[in-house]
Design a protein around this ligand. Sequence first.
Ligand SMILES: C[S@@+](CC[C@H](N)C(=O)[O-])C[C@H]1O[C@@H](n2cnc3c(N)ncnc32)[C@H](O)[C@@H]1O
Length: 223
Amino acid sequence: MANERFDALISQVRKGSSVADIGCDHAYVSCKLVQLGISKRVYASDVREGPLLAAKANIQKYGFSEYITAHLADGLDGIENFAPDDIIIAGMGGELIARIIDKSEYVKNCNVNLILQPMTCTYELREYLLQNGFEIKNELLCRDSGKIYEIILCSYSGISYTAKEEFLHIGLKTHSDPLFREFVLKKIGKFEHIAKGKQLSSTECDYEYTLIKNLKEMIGEEV
Ligand SMILES: C[S@@+](CC[C@H](N)C(=O)[O-])C[C@H]1O[C@@H](n2cnc3c(N)ncnc32)[C@H](O)[C@@H]1O
């Protein structure tokens, strides 16, 4: 179960908390939480039967049935019956994560931490969180199999915020991360690629140019 991404997710879980692992797939994160002694009460759920069967098999294989309950559920449906302190939603698209959060009243509680790891649409997820009263408390970057992943720790405060465009793209709390410079350079490369494509089709690309300039300034690169 060695995996930098799992370790980074787990590092944001409060020790001794009850945890929901939404979209658990093989329940590797759930099992690791128990194995490391971080949680003794885990709810592992998935919307599909196949992953849930794999999760149940792993839970049994590791002998963790006493600590982890596996459920077939769509997102956070019925989560109030388990009442977790910390909720992990990882390995899905950012828009799907936002939809799952949006459907749940349970998460509108300042004591409940959400640990999110979007695979795509990180901008859209941050925008959703800030506009809908979720405070981003921490963010970290991790590299796994050559790819950099973004992890967001947040909880409900009821206060809506806006953030500058570049922060919605790269995160509000990633600056001190050891991978920050490399991560921003990758983002700059992405926007340069988009701008080049737009230029070729004579489409206006001021948005990308402004972003590239601001991101370069942020990491002390020549503009
Ligand atoms: C790529 S896997 C990620 C597994 C694990 N969370 C991780 O980070 O490695 C995504 C899982 O999310 C599940 N999923 C997708 N939509 C879901 C939903 N609405 N509710 C619960 N699970 C969902 C899929 O069935 C799949 O098993």
